[in-house]
Ligand binder design. Structure first.
Ligand code: UDP
Ligand code: MG
Length: 364
């Protein structure tokens, strides 16, 4: 049996944990030092067993080709976001197949796509960091074009899906959300949903200093970018399995995107409240005058109901909106570890040393 002291001691796999009573150190993060490879590809994986082999079959050759042609080195960091299928086992098999360039971070539970990417960011060793979904909706071959843009001096390469292959309702909903978000947050992303993007290491280091919980990586990165650019990339249907986002999860994600990056909804709500109060004041004066000059009236009862229900609706909406922000504040002040890494499967030696050697060996 372990003592209480032992059980409360921070575990090495909790990078942000502190001893009870000690303030949580909110500035430390794992990523330190200078890059040892050129390209890090971060892939979040949640219940993707059906498509992982297809992903490996295209991602590795694509990166081998890109890096071989330019004399660069790469690594791939898979983050298993608490999958309940065989994804973790498939990833560790893949590590055994390509230990030179593969690293696997295993979460103990499902913390969401953006948390998974953040955990990958804390461990990347690359100069350029590329994020990619595991479902092959974005062709890995396009990474070459992202790297071209990075080498041309951009520190953030956003992407726009050419001929997006998703259901019609998702495309329409995305377009609407894109417009609302752009108005509210002043973050310019033509296509917020496309996750195949490249970031400079400096941006990733800055993101690692942000301790926020439910966040949206492309928007966060955009706010730190000096020289962003957007390029068009191909898009395909999911190679296997189905979308891991339910309608509810999508709505949550968009709430996080709006409330995490702007207080405009709160301000807009106050403004609306002020206008409504002014209008009500006019109504009261008008009713008072009618009382004096026309006499008592009892009609218009349902109009009154209508107005009252409308106002109740507005009030509830306002309380809900406040709740969104308070919920975020609550999660932040609790200061719990944002995720728990169960294990990291990687070679001890920096991938850089091995990577080039193994590539040479593979050629012979
Ligand atoms: N994903 C994740 N955790 C989640 C949901 C999704 O890591 O809770 C990963 C998923 O495995 C995939 C990527 O995030 O690699 C995008 O998910 P998906 O393709 O289902 O989203 P969609 O393309 O439908 O927006
Ligand atoms: Mg997808």
């Amino acid at each position: 049996m372990s003592t209480l002291e032992e059980r409360l001691a921070p575990r090495p796999e909790w990078p942000h944990a502190s001893r009870p009573g000690e303030p949580a150190d909110r500035s430390t993060h794992v990523l330190t030092g200078s890059p040892t490879v050129d390209i890090s590809v971060v892939v979040p994986v949640y219940n993707e067993e059906a498509g992982l082999h297809q992903l490996f079959a295209r991602l590795y050759p694509a990166l081998d080709a890109i890096t071989m042609a330019r004399g660069l080195r790469y690594e791939i960091v898979f983050v298993n976001d608490g999958s309940r299928d065989r994804s973790a086992a498939i990833l560790s098999d893949q590590f055994r197949a390509r230990p030179d360039v593969t690293r696997v971070v295993l979460f103990n539970a499902n913390y969401g796509q953006h948390a998974a990417i953040m955990a990958g960011f804390e461990r990347v060793r690359g100069r350029f960091i590329v994020t990619l979904d595991a479902d092959l909706q974005n062709p890995p071959e396009e990474i070459a074009r992202l790297i071209d843009a990075m080498e041309a001096g951009h520190d953030y390469v956003g992407t726009i899906r050419r001929a997006r292959k998703d259901s019609a309702w998702r495309k329409t909903a995305s377009r609407a959300m894109n417009r609302i978000r752009e108005r509210i947050t002043h973050i310019t992303m033509t296509d917020q949903g496309c996750m195949l993007r490249a970031y400079d290491r400096r941006i990733v280091e800055t993101i690692n200093q942000c301790r926020e919980i439910n966040t949206f990586i492309p928007a966060l990165a955009y706010t730190f970018a000096n020289n962003p650019v957007e390029i068009e990339v191909g898009h395909a249907e999911r190679a296997a399995g189905e979308s891991k986002y339910s309608l509810y999860a999508l709505i949550r994600l968009n709430f996080d995107l709006v409330t995490g990056f702007s207080v405009v909804p709160l301000q807009a709500f106050s403004l609306f409240g002020a206008l409504l109060s002014a209008a009500s004041a006019v109504l009261v004066v008008w009713l008072a005058l009618r009382r004096i000059f026309v006499g008592p009236e009892a009609e218009g009862l349902f109009t009154l109901f209508g107005i009252a229900f409308f106002l109740i609706g507005v009030t509830l909406l306002g309380i809900g909106l406040l709740g969104e922000y308070i919920g975020r504040i609550y999660e932040e002040v609790r200061g719990r570890p944002r995720w728990i890494v169960q294990a990291v499967i990687e070679r001890d030696a920096p991938a850089a040393d091995q990577n080039a050697a193994d590539q040479r060996a593979a050629k012979q």
